[in-house]
Design a protein around this ligand. Structure first.
Ligand SMILES: NC(=O)c1ccc[n+]([C@@H]2O[C@H](COP(=O)([O-])OP(=O)(O)OC[C@H]3O[C@@H](n4cnc5c(N)ncnc54)[C@H](OP(=O)(O)O)[C@@H]3O)[C@@H](O)[C@H]2O)c1
Length: 292
């Protein structure tokens, strides 16, 4: 059997790191770091692809600084739109498969119903617009692809809300967190494991929502982080009841945030014949990993 040549882009990021771990038994994995391959250079990317000839491209690289994207739309567009477009054209020409990650930010973010993959997009900020253009370019490229739209990514590594809360919880006795934005916090580890299963099960090309079951606000998520961390023996200066719920209007940011980040995961569960775990169980596992 021919060995899979697997290219992981964004391997130093939250999702990319987990992809390298999870796909390491599936073939020859290469994961160039930024200093080895600058993804803003179209020619460098083409040269790398032509040299390595991957049969599977896992693109976890992205411009993820949501607020900064408002003032750097060209860079956000290069990484979130033009890069996946380039990868998909190369994949189509070379019969390679492309896996790409997108976001609930492609949807308008209003209402309270969970978004379906078939719902009309309508991003409310530059980051979301750049991610949507990336998705559309892949869809029209003719390559074999999985696009996983996910939400509120976190892990035991990298920069994320869970780690920020745990750092603050070590010396603060009170905190204010927004309670009118609702979604499902998704561990990078879960994303990588589902990506592998979808690859192995030969799931058809398409866009799939990938998040744990259930929903919570950032405020509820913060309280759960402190509850689970304390239960695992972490010394905190804050108790969950000391986290005050505030509206988004009390925490202005350069980029508008969607209030409704709920993703309907039925399509993925049906296609893969699986039941995704709850966000609470995933948080407990991630906190255990963080504390170990
Ligand atoms: N984070 C979230 O809450 C969230 C939510 C929904 C969807 N997503 C999507 O999920 C995917 C993975 O997100 P993540 O949280 O794992 O991202 P992340 O931790 O911010 O990692 C981004 C990766 O992209 C790399 N990168 C950025 N610019 C680069 C460049 N010019 N050249 C080479 N590498 C570059 C980074 O490298 P360096 O380490 O060198 O910077 C890093 O490895 C992305 O597609 C993102 O849009 C994320």
């Amino acid at each position: 059997m021919a060995t899979n040549r697997i290219l992981v882009l964004g391997g130093s990021g939250q999702v990319g790191f987990e992809l390298i771990r999870v796909f390491s038994l599936q073939g020859n994995v290469q994961a160039p770091l930024r200093k080895e391959l600058d993804l803003t250079s179209e020619s460098a990317v083409t040269s790398y692809l032509d040299e390595f000839q991957p049969s599977l491209i896992l693109n976890a690289a992205a411009y993820t600084a949501v607020d900064k994207a408002e003032s750097e739309p060209v860079l956000a567009d290069r990484l979130n739109h033009l890069l996946p477009a380039q990868l998909s054209v190369w994949a189509a020409r070379h019969s390679a498969m492309l896996v790409h990650y997108s976001s609930d930010y492609v949807y308008p973010g209003n209402g309270t119903l969970s978004w379906m993959e078939t719902d009309p997009a309508g991003p409310c900020n530059e980051y979301g617009r750049s991610k949507l253009k990336g998705d559309q370019a892949i869809q029209s490229s003719g390559c074999q692809y999985h696009i996983f739209r996910t939400s509120w990514v976190y892990s035991a590594r990298g920069h994320n809300f869970m780690k920020t809360m745990l750092a603050l919880g070590k010396d603060r006795s009170a905190l204010k967190v927004v309670s009118d934005q609702v979604g499902a916090p998704t561990p990078a580890r879960l994303i990588a494991l589902v990506t592998l299963q979808a690859f192995l099960k030969l799931v058809p090309s398409g866009i799939y929502h990938l998040a744990p079951r259930g929903e919570v606000s950032w405020h509820g998520f913060a309280q759960a982080i402190f509850t689970f961390a304390a239960a695992k023996g972490m010394k905190l200066t804050i108790v969950p009841e000391a986290v005050e719920a505030i509206p988004s209007s009390d925490y202005p940011t350069p980029a508008q945030r969607p209030q409704n980040s709920r993703l309907n995961i039925t399509q993925l569960e049906l296609t893969m014949n699986c039941e995704l775990p709850s966000w609470e169980s995933q948080l407990q596992l991630t906190i255990e990993e963080y504390l170990s």
